[in-house]
Design a protein around this ligand. Structure first.
Ligand SMILES: [Zn+2]
Length: 287
């Protein structure tokens, strides 16, 4: 009898340990790391999440040029810059600086993540692909979003800390993917915050409004904010929009209200952050 209980306890502990390890794997340590790179005695200081979906802030002598992913990085007057690593970023990234007309590279190691996948089969075809009559509209709207993501604005708001844009329940996480009728869909790049319709959405950091659209095909009421240096964010499915394109908004200022507009199954805020076209995990940026 005692043996049986012991085996049962062992089993339970094993399950607990495995679950904990799994939890660690899908929720990697989000503590920020610091790193100092030495380029022939010239130091570059980095701080952030060296992980897929992570953002890293750096500092360099403001007279030097710094390059990442074929891109010459914008710096503040004090030499601060930002870089980001998308959902499927390779394990290695090179950060280069220019010394006496020569580019010198150092390698950064970017940690891999495991994302949640969900298989759903037996769906009707019309649920899986949007009807053809909407294609032109979808292409036009995606282009407008992409153009904003290419902006490299000379504003330094990104060097402040983010706050959560809304209070609610996390109902969707960065990177997760659904496989509908055996067809992998685009991964979910945002974080979903479920809350009742009309809940305030606040600017998580000082920003300039670059998009304020009432009705996009996928995202419904949509706001895009620009935080500078290539970092932009999107707020989707809004029921109300309180800002206009070109507005400068303060951290904590109300920009809209949560809703269920566009392709949405219930009231929630879909919040996304990009460094240019690299998709970042908003959860890594908030306290
Ligand atoms: Zn979402």
């Amino acid at each position: 009898m005692n043996n049986k209980i012991e085996i049962e306890n062992l089993k339970n502990n094993l399950i607990k340990t495995l679950f904990f390890l799994f939890f660690l794997k899908i929720n990697p340590c989000i503590a920020k790391e610091t790193l100092t790179l030495d380029y022939n005695n010239i130091k570059v200081f980095l701080e952030g999440n060296f992980i897929q979906g992570g953002l890293v802030k750096g500092k360099i002598d403001s007279n030097l040029s710094v390059r990442f992913k074929e891109r010459l990085l914008r710096k503040t007057s004090k030499g601060f810059f930002v870089i980001g690593f998308g959902r499927d970023h390779p394990k290695i990234a090179n950060l280069s600086i220019k010394i006496n007309q020569n580019w010198i590279s150092k390698t950064l190691n970017i940690k891999k993540r495991i994302y949640k996948t969900q298989m759903i089969n037996g769906l009707e075809k019309k649920m899986v692909t949007p009807p053809k009559s909407f294609y032109d509209r979808i292409i036009r709207e995606n282009k407008a979003i992409k153009n904003i993501r290419h902006l490299d604005s000379d504003i330094d708001f990104i060097f402040e800390e983010f706050n959560w844009p809304a209070k609610g329940i996390i109902s969707g996480v960065f990177g997760s993917q659904r496989i509908l009728n055996g067809k992998p869909k685009r991964p979910h790049y945002g974080i979903d915050i479920a809350a009742k319709k009309g809940t305030s959405v606040l600017a998580p950091i000082e920003s300039i409004v670059r998009m304020a659209e009432k009705d996009l095909y996928y995202t419904g009421g949509t706001i895009m904010l620009d935080h500078g240096h290539g970092v932009t964010s999107v707020y989707s499915h809004l029921s109300l929009i309180n800002v206009n394109v070109g507005d400068k908004v303060k951290k904590g200022q109300k920009i809209g209200e949560i809703g269920s507009t566009g392709r949405s199954t219930g009231p929630h805020l879909d919040w996304r952050i990009n460094w240019f076209l690299e998709r970042l995990d908003p959860a890594l940026l908030v306290p």
